[in-house]
Design a binder for this molecule. Structure first.
Ligand code: IMP
Ligand code: MG
Length: 176
């Protein structure tokens, strides 16, 4: 599959995304109730969502960045998660919020949750994804928070890429 900019249809507009992100942030602000959190952004895909989301959060917050990859240049998951850079500070006793672009098979999410639980005794661990592709799930894991559910289409934009491109689109698009 090849994706050209002119073939893309808008699935969620910038306005829809911003409205929904504010709603999710409101829920998170209520959940944490002023307690400090560590927001762990999963690079590269979650960068755009994470920077918008954290600006709506009102508790003391530190950001951490890790890099995982499961896709090559194709549009299907490789089924294997690679930890490209998973350096994290001491998370013992912390409220940890993982911020991810999309949960597809769930392999990345499961890898990350297991990794954190194996290495730290965190106070709380929550998983927040921009998109939830429930229909393609292969392992039993659900994000605690997500903005939108998508069906089985390959989406790009707002951090999500096709072969590295389109992360900068301000909307979520798909090719019909
Ligand atoms: P999972 O491990 O199969 O849940 O896949 C998670 C990763 O695959 C995400 O973090 C994305 O980087 C990538 N991914 C899954 N679906 C899409 C999509 O529709 N567009 C772009 N990237 C995707
Ligand atoms: Mg990703």
């Amino acid at each position: 599959m090849e994706i050209k900019l002119e073939d893309l249809k808008v699935l969620y507009s910038q306005k829809q995304l911003h409205t929904k992100i504010k709603e999710v942030a409101k829920d998170l602000n209520e959940l944490y109730n002023g307690e400090e959190i560590i927001a762990v952004c999963v690079l590269k895909g979650a960068i755009v969502f994470a920077t918008d989301l954290v600006r709506e959060l009102n508790m003391p917050l530190k950001m951490e960045f890790i890099r995982l990859s499961s896709y090559g240049s194709s549009t299907t998951t490789s089924g294997k998660v690679n930890a490209v850079d998973i350096a994290l500070p001491d998370l013992n006793g912390k409220n940890v919020l993982i911020i991810e672009d999309i949960v597809d098979t769930g392999l990345t999410a499961k890898f990350l949750v297991d990794f954190i639980n194996m290495n730290f005794h965190v106070k709380t661990l929550k998983f927040c994804a921009l998109l939830d592709k429930k229909i393609t799930r292969k392992v039993d894991i659900e994000p605690d928070y997500y903005c939108f559910e998508v069906d089985n289409k390959f989406v790009v934009g707002y951090g999500l890429d096709y072969d590295g491109y389109y992360r900068n689109l301000p909307y979520i698009g798909y090719k019909e």
